[in-house]
Design a protein around this ligand. Structure first.
Ligand SMILES: C[S@@+](CC[C@H](N)C(=O)[O-])C[C@H]1O[C@@H](n2cnc3c(N)ncnc32)[C@H](O)[C@@H]1O
Length: 340
């Protein structure tokens, strides 16, 4: 018989005092911070050394394989050019990564794309996804974020996963629904409020998956017990396949603090969760459609190495400015941490 088990005071979610999610609720429309505080923490010295050493090795092999980068510093390497071409060169030179996370153009006429016939768009995606498969390490993952496109005579808002899900050699583990509060409002159909992340792995039997790094502390009954034992993990619950992250918004009064001049920016929160899920510290991460480099900022803040590829020079410049100012922000945040 189990009696008198002392309350485990180390449990992070045991009380409302710790479980701020339950205490305060989450506002889905709230503008995001410039960066989640988890991206501002200092690294242990040995990780810093490892990142510096690995950066030199990766920079050298990329230089040999692809040529001079647009920018390279502190484990953050950005190339300006066409992703298929660069991925091909990486594959030819056996340069491999642990994780790819990306959002390609959706073929919907945004300022950074020239729309193709749907068939050609699918073929184009197949081509670069094949290269991503080639450059992915054995236990690596590929997270693909896509929305909707029109298929003439067939459908208006056709989910791109319906067209792409089995067009690469990766194994599809699952689809994650990213639900957000704000977005365009429509009059003749329902306003879109979600996009998908396709979570692929190379080896379905063995892949990096750090569940404890991403547990959700929003547990309704954290103290519930069965046979004297807590029912839920002290770090929180599995965050499920429906994720709530506010979009990066624009507009007076409602603009996100992390907003840059890029029209399709990932919120740092969502990419932070993916990086924590599917990579370890000092791992190599690539975003071949890097845009404003949200993936690179999160990768750097979490102690990973990042390679970005972006076609447009103006976005590359924006990305470098963003990275430089994020580095400064991290330094300031860390010097303030030392004061207290
Ligand atoms: C959906 S946006 C990605 C935005 C990014 N996730 C962010 O957080 O800012 C797609 C990006 O791919 C870039 N792009 C389009 N075609 C490309 C190509 N062939 N090679 C590399 N980048 C390309 C576009 O300029 C655009 O910045």
């Amino acid at each position: 018989m189990q009696i008198g088990i002392p309350e485990d005071r180390s449990r992070k979610i045991a009380t409302k005092e710790y479980n701020t999610y339950v205490a305060n609720g989450i506002d889905k429309h709230k503008p995001t911070a410039i960066a989640p505080s988890s991206l501002l923490c200092p690294f242990p010295i040995d990780l810093k050394q490892k990142l510096d050493e690995k950066h030199l090795v990766v920079e050298k092999s990329l230089h040999r394989a692809i040529g001079k980068p647009f920018y390279s510093d502190n484990g953050f390497i950005l190339y300006q050019g066409d992703s298929t071409e660069f991925l091909e060169k990486m594959a030819d030179n056996e340069i491999q990564v642990d994780l790819t996370l990306t959002s390609p153009p959706y073929n919907i006429g945004k300022e950074y794309e020239s729309p193709l016939d749907v068939e050609d768009y699918i073929k184009w995606c197949e081509k670069w996804m094949d290269k991503i498969y080639e450059i992915t390490k054995e236990y690596g993952s590929f997270w693909l974020n896509v929305g909707y496109l029109e298929v003439p005579q067939k459908g208006l808002c056709v989910p791109i996963p319906y067209l792409l899900w089995n067009k690469s050699k990766f194994y599809l583990l699952q689809e994650v629904v990213w639900h957000y509060g704000a977005g365009v409002s429509t009059k003749r159909h329902l306003s879109p409020r979600n996009e998908k992340w396709l979570f692929y792995v190379k080896n379905p039997k063995n892949y990096t998956f750090n569940l404890d790094e991403i547990r959700d502390p929003n547990v309704k009954y954290p103290n519930q017990k069965k046979d004297g034992k807590y029912r839920c993990n002290p770090l929180g619950k599995n965050p499920s396949d429906v994720w709530e992250f506010p979009k990066v918004t624009t507009g007076i009064k409602r603009s996100s603090k992390e907003r840059t001049g890029h029209p399709a920016q990932f919120p740092l929160g969502v990419v932070e969760r993916i990086i924590k899920t599917s990579s370890m510290q000092a791992d190599m991460i690539i975003d071949p459609f890097a845009g404003s480099v949200s993936a690179g900022i999160a990768a750097y803040g979490l102690g990973r190495l990042f390679i970005g590829i972006e076609l447009k020079t103006e976005y590359c410049q924006l990305a470098v400015d963003r990275f430089e100012s994020f580095k400064k922000k991290r330094r300031i945040a860390q010097s303030q941490m030392k004061l207290f």
